[in-house]
Ligand binder design. Structure first.
Ligand code: WTA
Length: 651
């Protein structure tokens, strides 16, 4: 705890500077304090910057053996009181959410904190009227419309656990996520707009729900006016439900460690992995990281282009910004519609100050005429962000030169669904940036690199597997319904440490650069895709005997997927088979998981114990034929030549 003779003023200065880092010296100091005494550090931040109904009894309870972490045990709160209610007295009429529709000719919405409060309370009452109570799981399958943010907050208001499923996922993927956490209700829309296209979401919902016994009710928002089927007794229109309720809903009192949400991420098996985030720790860290990484100041306009179906949208469209009383832009559309100037048009229109997007979008936009950029006034920008995958130097420079005009620092933010918030990132105007480097950990975060024997690598100028040595408040607590899987995935590779699944290097000054996944997850256009579920989908094709999926470098997407497929039936036409295989993948997972290349081979490079050497397939597909390593341990080394011939045919 702080010294008792400290004055109120110096206490205030100290704690405000903990929460808001404003110089490199200040960062170095705060980082040191956070490392020396993390418990006191987080205690101070939590105490000074949030509204609690009851304070905690214990800051951190960490059991290494069991891989359990609890923060702020004993505290009582509701996160929506922190996101909304506490701002109403001073910021009731300030815009909380600016919603920009897909089509620029449709009217935008400017939702003030007062209006947000009223909409969230109404939605919370709709959930209650439909039998939802604290602890129930609510599946949310909505496009990027205000109702999505409102529903998420409404769940938090009544203590229901939200499980948002990205509205680009297929019926099979939606069903498996609903079933894994036995959601009771589904909030969906009739359809969605995506550029010039109108997609039917309700038909996907209907197909999914044939397999989902736990869902009792579906609430449907009419977004695109599709003529859809409404199943009697199960499906209800949101507008009608809203007409029955008022806008007062007392917030449920939550324990610090009560579950706030589940969000599914890819794993090394086909089963969805529901990462569980809890209330207080997630709140403290998403707020703290947002404030510092974007250097958000009152009245700034902040825009993150992610979808709320991913963790980036949870932490940095909804919770982090609203916890800080910010104005956050929510965009329904795509960067290419009506044309490739859409992002820049929105920045000019709202005078956006902080802009946060993904390398894949930057690369795609950099490929088009620079006139799309130069048409717009981007002078409001102060900070540019990047997330989701490594940003290559060319994209970094293009972003820096053309969007930031060399005056807006780029924050290359490394983090994961599992970490809940940004872990390694420059702090703009504080940390000198370096292209392709995520640079330094935020205070409270203790990264380390390990060699393959599990030894920590000392000093700088090295590379290894990225682990985190000490818990932070927003670490995911478990995999829903499967704590053993959580332990096995994150806490068994290296003793007592959280293993990220990423490789990284540390340069001479100690800056980190994330080099990519070292497991069976491939990041395609910023989306995490496990290779196992894709292989399972391919293997469902009756003509397929076995398959292996790997990622290879792609100019725009970062990585693309290639499948190596052994057929049972060699007589089938390969072109048709490729289409059929991609159709299965699309329907089981979603179009984002489609393969760019499919090679039909007579065998796969396997070890004598039967393990597929994906490393060899990866190298060949990346055109690194000379550098295949030792292939002598393979069961049948001649397979490698066949693989090389097949891949060369498409290079
Ligand atoms: C990758 C997204 C390099 C990484 C927030 C991580 C990155 C995975 C970066 C998590 C970055 C994310 N540089 N790689 N700045 N940010 N990644 O769970 O491999 O969708 O493990 O969370 O994305 O993806 P997820």
């Amino acid at each position: 705890m702080l010294e008792s003779n400290i004055t109120e003023k110096s206490l205030k200065e100290l704690t405000e500077s903990y929460y808001s880092i404003d110089s490199l010296a200040n960062y170095i100091d705060i980082y040191r304090i956070s490392k020396e005494d993390p418990v006191d550090f987080w205690n101070t931040i939590a105490e000074r910057n949030f509204s609690w109904r009851k304070k905690w009894d214990n800051v951190l309870n960490w059991n290494k053996e069991e891989a359990t972490v609890k923060w702020f045990e004993g505290a009582k709160l509701n996160i929506t009181e922190n996101c909304i209610d506490r701002h109403l007295a001073t910021k009731g009429n300030q815009t909380a959410i600016i919603w920009e529709p897909n089509d620029p000719s449709e009217e935008a919405q400017h939702i003030t904190y007062n209006e947000l409060s009223s909409r969230v309370n109404k939605m919370a009452n709709v959930l209650k009227n439909n039998g939802i109570k604290k602890g129930d799981r609510v599946c949310v399958y909505l496009p990027m419309i205000p109702e999505l943010a409102v529903t998420v907050l409404a769940c938090a208001r009544i203590g229901a656990i939200h499980s948002v499923v990205f509205a680009g996922f297929s019926a099979t993927a939606l069903a498996s996520r609903i079933n894994d956490s036995e959601c009771k209700i589904l909030i969906a829309a009739d359809g969605s707009y995506r550029g010039a296209k109108k997609l039917n979401l309700k038909s996907i919902v209907d197909e999914a729900l044939e397999e989902c016994p736990s869902i009792e009710t579906v609430i449907v928002f009419n977004r695109v006016n599709l003529d859809i089927d409404m199943k009697a007794g199960r499906d209800r229109w949101l507008d009608k439900e809203l007409s029955y309720v008022d806008d007062v809903c007392e917030a449920e009192e939550m324990d610090a460690e009560d579950e706030l949400f589940i969000l599914y991420t890819s794993g090394s098996t086909g089963k969805p992995k529901g990462m569980v985030h809890t209330t207080a720790g997630y709140m403290v860290y998403s707020a703290f990281s947002f404030k510092n990484v974007f250097q958000y100041k009152d009245n700034d306009i902040y825009w993150c282009t992610a979808d709320i179906g991913w963790i980036t949208g949870h932490s940095y469209i909804v919770y982090g910004p609203l916890l800080n009383g910010a104005t956050t832009v929510m965009f329904e559309g795509v960067p290419s519609y009506p044309d490739y100037g859409r992002f820049w048009e929105i920045i000019e229109k709202y005078k956006v100050n902080q802009f946060y997007t993904a390398p894949t979008a930057i690369r795609a936009l950099a490929n088009h005429d620079i006139a799309f950029v130069n048409k717009y006034d981007l002078s409001s920008l102060k900070v540019l962000g990047s997330v989701g995958e490594p940003i290559n130097e060319e994209a970094w420079n293009w972003y820096n030169d053309n969007i930031g005009k060399k005056k807006s620092p780029i924050v290359d933010t490394w983090w994961q669904t599992e970490t809940g918030g940004i872990m390694i990132s420059p702090i703009p105007f504080v940390t000198p940036t370096k292209p392709t480097f995520a640079t330094l950990p935020l205070p409270g975060i203790q990264p380390t690199l390990l060699d393959s024997d599990g030894n920590e690598i000392e000093g700088n100028g090295c590379s290894g597997r990225l682990c985190i040595k000490y818990p932070w408040p927003s670490i995911a607590r478990t995999v829903y319904g499967d704590h053993q899987r959580y332990k096995d995935t994150y806490f068994s590779a290296f003793e007592g440490m959280y293993f990220t699944g990423d490789g990284a290097l540390r340069d001479e000054v100690g800056y980190y650069r994330i080099t990519g996944r070292v497991d069976d997850v491939v990041i395609v256009s910023g989306h995490n895709l496990g290779t196992a579920p894709i292989e399972n989908a391919i293997n469902e094709h009756p003509a397929v005997a076995e398959s292996a999926v790997i990622g290879f470098p792609h100019d725009i997407k970062g990585n693309a997927l290639a499948g190596f497929v052994i057929l049972k039936d060699e007589s089938r036409d390969h072109d048709n088979l490729q289409k059929e295989i991609n159709a299965i993948i699309s329907s089981q997972i979603g179009p984002i998981a489609k393969l760019d290349r499919i090679h039909f081979v007579s065998g796969l490079p396997k070890t004598r114990s039967g393990k597929i050497m994906r490393r060899i397939l990866r190298k060949v597909s990346s055109n690194e034929m000379e550098n295949l390593g030792d292939t002598s341990t393979l069961l049948d080394p001649t397979i490698v030549d066949e693989v090389i011939t097949e891949v060369k045919a498409v290079l």
